[in-house]
Design a protein around this ligand. Sequence first.
Ligand code: PLP
Length: 454
Amino acid sequence: MSVSTAAADQSVCAPLPVLGRDVTVPLVTGGEVTYAALDYAASAPALQRVWDDVAAYAPYYGSVHRGAGYLSQLSTDLFENARVTVAEFLDCRADDQVVFTRSTTDSLNLLARALPADCQVFVFETEHHASLLPWQDVARVTYLNAPRTPAQAVQTLERALAARDPYGPALVCVTGASNVTGELWPVRELAAAAHAHGARIVLDAAQLAPHHPVSVRDLDVDWVAFSGHKLYAPFGSGVLAGRADWLREAEPYLAGGGASRKVTRREDGGVTVEWHESAARHEAGSPNVIGVYSIASACKALTEAGWDTLVAREQHLIAKVREGLADVPEVKILSLFGDDAPRVGVISFVVEGWNSSHFAAALSAEYGIGVRDGLFCAHPLVRTLLGTDPQTQGECGAPEAAPGEKSLNAIRVSFGAGTPDEHVDRFVAAVKELVTEGAKWTYRTEEGRCVPVR
Ligand code: PLP
């Protein structure tokens, strides 16, 4: 996977309109400032287009798959059309299924429940917990050590797959773009390695899909998972798309209406159920119609904006942040694959002598900038990058090391299609000012969070 960089600032398009772009927040030092939302990796703001589409649809909202009324039928059509839109957005194969879920976490847990008997799972220790944890109760899991280059990732996987015993069904789970470093993983190469060794692969695209086109066909992955709320569609839906066979053969993720085609009483007093073989098998209960509709709207909006344009703009912002932070010797950017690795707009760092929670709190309270601090639900990866004790250190919100000692957690700045230049410029200027002049306010720790003293 390669990412082009913006040739020149003049060629960079304007940000896409998002909700909240005019919201002002109070500063602890007095006055108000426009909020700089730089925590897209957690949840991105809604695209204005998504909000408008949802508002236009809302009066026509109705139950799907069951009502005889006009609005129910209209809603059912929109719901089913959303599957087609998502399949196109992900460039799925003709016989792939698109299952609507609550989130990436939900999608991966669904797939974990659909593994064939005796399936072995291979996952790098560097994964987000959503990709790391769903497998251990349902399969034999091999946790692969953190690679230091993309090529090493492929070699590590190949060796592990070749050595598996017995040589049965296997699944590899890999993230497309790290939620800690923003670095892109060699998904196509990992997929080729998986398939060469008779395994399948699921792509965690939670951080990739909002920043980069994803082609299931081109990457040759078996499944892909992503979340609406990171894709500018914050209404509580997610996606699992890919091969139908394992999903069709599995017990339904949830038992209930919608997933069942026919239910009959038996003479012995029990009930017999025929489950759907389509995506509905794993979508029991009344689905989140607005959430699904909003994902389809976001897919269309991003496609229409054009990926070349969006990627060029994001690379321009990444360059600004990385070049700005490079001027501050106290700042260390966390990276697994090095400075030249292709990446999306997610950058984690530590500031020497600073408690990361304190730094993030000062960015918010004194500059109106929203970033995240902690271990970002990727504890093993962040500890590896910080070089802290993998067993005992770095609970989220734990007290920080003293100046000169290793940081126990990190700060993450992340941005995307709705981010104006001013937000990243303000961020870089704020980092420089905090490092050279210190915080202007006093802070204290309250329930593990660093907050300004009022
Ligand atoms: N995978 C990655 C790489 C993530 O960054 C996240 C969330 O931050 C997830 C999975 C889980 O996403 P969700 O919380 O929407 O289920």
